[in-house]
Design a binder for this molecule. Sequence first.
Ligand code: KG4
Ligand code: ZN
Length: 334
Amino acid sequence: MEDIYILGIESSCDETSVSIVKNGYEEIATVVLSQMDTHANYGGVVPEIASRMHVENITIVIEETLKKANMNMSDITAIAVTYGPGLIGCLLIGVETAVTLSYIYKKPLIPVHHIAGHIYANNLVSKMQFPLISLVVSGGHTELIYMKEDYSFEKIGGTLDDAVGECYDKVARVLGLPYPGGPNIDKLAHTGNDTYDLPIPLNDNTYNFSFSGIKSAVINLVHNEEQRGNKIRKSDVACSFQNRAIESLTKKTMRALKEYNVKNLIIAGGVSANSELRNKFIELSEKNGINLTIPNIKYCTDNAAMIAAAGYFAYKKGIRADYNLKAQANVDLF
Ligand code: KG4
Ligand code: ZN
């Protein structure tokens, strides 16, 4: 059978990334150009700056990826691109680039949902086993997804308010930590103790999550301590917050695994880079004989390898876009 090389493009937020993946599992070359240092000056991603930087960088990143792979466009089978969800101005750059390449080089164009990409980052670690449950934890999403087979996504639960990554970032802001908040809470939490009494939100028997309550509890705690003139122990707040947030994720995921009787648990999205979340799931999986897959750290946050990996299965399923493909800021996977 002829090898299939997918060129993936990701530009939904503040990473300009291009990657070539062979037959869905084998990463040939990836370039990720992060704008994190620029946005850190503003305490968060500035959409206008992000899209302008994507315009400046996208062709350079494509050329670098091809050079790294020692390939040219004639070696590529199809072009996969994140069409949503994300920042509209940022998505537009990736989509327009992919449409142009597809038109010039006469290659099929494959639209990839950003979350499908995060899920398929796991195939670059080991072949996903179906049926499976995927816990998606990112800056915009917190969901439990059941997959009967490749490219079939059934939501069994999700956050009713904030996404867990968004909550990490907001708590970091309350504690005065620099952007990006998630990794900084992760680091700080390891130097503290679980001493503050914070609630596990939505501690019920559904598969839904809620993170706005725990965020408010942290805000109230910090304000109350300040008003009393007490010094807040930031590392202890970080540790207590992180433990409650992760407890809520592990508890519901473990219950879903029992009910759905799956062959594989996979974790996806930026928060899967969190060291405590990784450790807790590794520990629980070993204890309960669960086949766990977590992406390599570098492919937990946004990158194009995951888009090319997902693009392969979309390609196999016959999913195609025409030159009218539109970027969509909000779009469901289901
Ligand atoms: O998947 P991603 O790169 O972008 C979205 O699709 O949203 O995820 C970014 C989110 C941010 O909220 C960031 O703070 C969080 O992932 N994050 C982490 C860690 N690394 C990234 N949260 C907790 N601990 C980490 N180590
Ligand atoms: Zn993402």
